[in-house]
Design a protein around this ligand. Structure first.
Ligand code: C2E
Ligand code: MG
Ligand code: MG
Length: 774
């Protein structure tokens, strides 16, 4: 229970509304309470002051009233004392007359008693009055005092004296009025405030009042009631009598008059607190409610919901709500942009691969039973060359144009850019009877025409791979993989074409993966060997060298041609260790040949761009002892697809080692002539596709002649590859080709056969068979 209470309190006080109103009410309550206390003190002080002042002024009035009473009594007494008959009765000692005169005076004046005190000590009193001792009065009367208090039969009374002269002073006429309760009450009635008056002797004074300062108003607490007292001396006519006038006024009663005022003030204060409580609660909830709404909206916004708050006012709280809404808008806008950036390609603003896959998955989920979902992978052909030759801005522009073209042609398809020159297309739901071949042709036709990009006429072509759900897969991963395989096949089939996925492609991919694994093992186990094919000079009519051609002695499939595994080695990077081995092995074997016989080694593009190539060559030459000029490197034009300047730099670097450089498969690449001008190759190896047609009708001669003429002009040696027939050899000789290579002389032979072949074919050698070229 005890632990519960603070928790409940804490919870209550975490509410801003409760806190604000509580603090406000508490402050106001404390302020009003203090004000009430101060007012109470003020009212009490004021009441006391007023009562004290009233008391003091009434006391004076009281004194005056007593004095006035004394004066009236004295005037009556003087009248009688001067009366002739009375004086005569006094002179004659006519007690009866005196007594009746005194009784008459007493009745007339309203006093209690009248008496005559003679010098002889006789006292004559009015009828019924007690006797008094006249001697007690003499001292005062002798001093000339003619009024004061005296004790008459135990009752303190006001007495006035008038001399009786006959003609000499014969005695005193005294008029005595007992100042008892009734008499005093009558006087007090004349006072402005309710005052109780009492005349007492000093000895009769209660102990608590006996010590009071005389003539001053003093308060005393008497049984819970606060009383104001004023004690003053009253003149005495009697020897030894010390009379006191004690006035009493109840302060409690006087202050009771202010009670209504106090209650009124308290009621106002309470009403004020209640009003303040109501107002502060309203005010606090006016602030707290929008803040709570704001907190709730923030929580919901944090949880990912779209949350806005109503703007109910124009004050700071309203402004806060507006700012919050503006912030929510800004964040949502930014999130939209970030999401857009994350899911789109920056250059073309097309969906990227991620979004494409998401949309493909949605399309596969929603695909109706009778519909087909088609995915196409598109890769621009030789885009790298466009970038390198015309610059990246042209390349970028081309990509934008291609994306616009595809979107324009296929408004119902999703066109995405996967990066570089790769695009993806998604046809979410094509009817079963849709002619996919014509769709593919339409796609292909998009790239049929040259495009004018930045004042350059650019020839575009692209290869496509197409996969169809559900036949080629029913999930995004399989479909994408199969479209990619189909694209790969389209590329290897000579580009600018399309290929539908077939199961055989998957088999081919598996085969490639198997070869890749076997190749890794072969590199580790050294399962390669070099075969050599002679290079024969038509001009000098002699054997000039050999081209080293790799063979893989596969444990299951026997001797494999490089055509089967070099591209895979190139793709996987295994070409680097394989190529290194080829260079070392070729140099090692060639060093054993006569010094006029050189060796040519094929260098693949990836190997060419390897930074360690020249080191490998230097080491191979050094360790074999083969002179650099007997090593020829065969490179293909494809090395120029990469950075032309860097390629030229590498070529010059290799040339500086002293090795010769031949351009292999010349005529199958592009822009060959510009490369011939940029670098002085030592040899052009004319591709066998030109040689094959020699001897038949056609323009093959003309091409060969053009190449040999150009090469001669540039001082480059020429060699024709794939020479199988003597007619081809004859034509080549006639057209000025320097050297030949081909089955006509020899197929590639194992390394151990090379020396024998050299021996048989060197000039002057009659031992054995010479090439049948001559
Ligand atoms: P290549 O450099 O153009 O080599 C000539 C290819 O033509 C060889 O095929 C050779 O056997 C073949 N050939 C020679 N004479 C004739 C002929 O009269 N008729 C026909 N039809 N073919 C002929 P191979 O050995 O299968 O090599 C194919 C390609 O593999 C080579 O073409 C070369 O590009 C590459 N290659 C071979 N060995 C290596 C190597 O060690 N490293 C690299 N990177 N590539 C190599
Ligand atoms: Mg070659
Ligand atoms: Mg070749």
């Amino acid at each position: 229970m005890s632990s519960l209470r603070p928790k409940v309190l804490r919870l209550r006080f975490t509410s801003l509304r409760t806190r604000v109103s509580t603090v406000f009410i508490a402050l106001l309550g404390v302020t009003l309470a203090l004000a009430l206390i101060v007012a109470n003190i003020g009212i009490n002080d004021h009441g006391r002051g007023v009562a004290a002042r009233d008391m003091a002024s009434n006391a004076r009035v009281f004194d005056e009233l007593i004095a006035l009473r004394g004066k009236q009594m004295r005037e009556s007494a003087v009248v009688l004392a001067n009366d002739f008959g009375f004086r005569e009765a006094m002179a004659t000692g006519d007690h009866a007359t005196l007594a009746s005169s005194l009784t008459s005076l007493r009745d007339r004046s309203g006093a209690g008693m009248a008496l005559v005190v003679g010098f002889d000590g006789n006292v004559v009193t009015s009828a019924g009055a007690p006797q008094i001792d006249g001697a007690l009065l003499w001292p005062s009367l002798d001093e000339g005092r003619n009024s004061g208090m005296m004790d008459v039969d135990g009752r303190l009374s006001l007495a006035v004296a008038a001399p009786i002269k006959t003609p000499d002073l014969a005695g005193w006429l005294l008029l005595v009025q007992p100042l008892d309760g009734r008499e005093l009450r009558q006087i007090t009635k004349l006072a402005a405030i309710p005052i109780a008056a009492e005349v007492l002797t000093a000895d009769e004074m209660p102990q608590s009042l006996a010590t009071l300062p005389l003539g001053q108003v003093v308060s005393r607490n008497d049984r819970g009631e606060e009383l104001l007292y004023r004690v003053s001396i009253v003149r005495s006519l009697q020897e030894g009598l010390k009379p006191r006038l004690m006035l009493r006024h109840s302060l409690t009663k006087a202050l009771a008059d202010y009670q209504t005022l106090k209650h009124l003030l308290a009621a106002i204060a309470l009403a004020g607190v209640a009003l303040a409580a109501w107002l502060s609660t309203r005010l606090a909830s006016g602030i707290a409610r929008p803040l709570a709404a704001l907190a709730e909206a923030t929580r919901r916004f944090g949880a990912g919901e779209v949350a806005k708050v109503p703007v109910e006012s124009e004050d700071e709280v309203g402004q806060l709500a507006s700012s919050f809404n503006a912030m929510v808008d800004a964040i949502e806008d930014r999130e939209r942009k970030i999401t857009h950036i994350a899911l789109h390609d920056g250059l073309t603003n097309l969906p990227n691969r991620r979004l494409f896959i998401e949309q493909l998955e949605v399309a596969l989920d929603r695909r109706p039973e009778t519909a087909r979902t088609v995915v196409a992978f598109i890769d621009l052909d030789d885009f790298k060359a466009i970038n390198d030759t015309l610059g990246h801005p042209v390349g970028d522009e081309l990509l934008k144009r291609v994306s616009k073209q595809l979107q324009g042609e296929f408004p119902n398809a999703v066109v995405a850019r996967f990066g570089g020159d790769e695009f993806g297309m998604l046809f979410p739901a094509l009817p079963e009877n849709e002619d996919l071949a014509s769709l593919a042709r339409k796609l292909h036709a998009c790239f049929g025409e040259d495009m004018m990009v930045d004042s350059h006429m650019v020839a575009t072509s692209a290869s496509f791979g197409i996969a169809i759900a559900p036949t080629d897969g029913n999930d995004s991963t399989t479909l994408l993989k199969n479209a990619d395989l189909a694209l790969y096949r389209a590329k290897t089939d000579g580009k600018s074409t399309y290929q539908f996925f077939e199961v055989s492609l998957d088999k081919e991919a598996r085969r490639r993966r198997q070869i890749e694994m076997d190749l890794r093992r072969a590199v580790r186990d050294g399962a390669f060997e070099l075969h050599f094919q002679p290079l024969f000079s038509l001009k000098e009519d002699q054997l000039k060298g050999f081209e080293a051609l790799i063979r893989w002695n596969h444990p299951e499939r026997g001797m494999l041609s490089p055509v089967e595994f070099i591209p895979i080695a190139e793709d996987t990077g295994l070409i680097i260790p394989i190529g290194e081995w080829v260079i070392r092995e070729a140099c090692r074997q060639a060093a054993t040949w006569p010094e006029t016989v050189s060796v040519a080694v094929n260098i693949s593009p990836k190997q060419f761009s390897s930074p360690v190539l020249s080191n490998v060559i230097v080491q191979a030459l050094a360790s074999s002892g083969l002179p650099a000029q007997r090593l020829e490197l065969e490179i293909t034009e494809s090395i120029f697809i990469a950075n032309v300047q860097r390629t030229l730099g590498t070529l010059h670097g290799l040339r500086s080692l002293g090795v010769r450089i031949a351009l292999d498969d010349f005529g199958t690449g592009y822009s060959s002539l510009s490369y011939l001008r940029s670098f002085p190759f030592d040899k052009l190896k004319i591709d066998q596709s030109f040689v094959r047609d020699l001897g038949s009708q056609g323009n093959a001669h003309a091409i060969i002649r053009a190449i040999t003429t150009l090469a001669d002009a540039l001082g480059i040696e020429t060699l024709a590859e794939g020479v199988e027939e003597s007619i081809q050899s004859e034509i080549l000789k006639r057209e000025g080709c320097h050297s030949i290579q081909g089955y006509l002389m020899s197929r590639p032979v194992a390394g151990e056969e090379v020396l024998g072949m050299i021996e048989r074919n060197l000039p002057g050698s009659d031992s054995g068979l010479r090439f049948a070229v001559r």
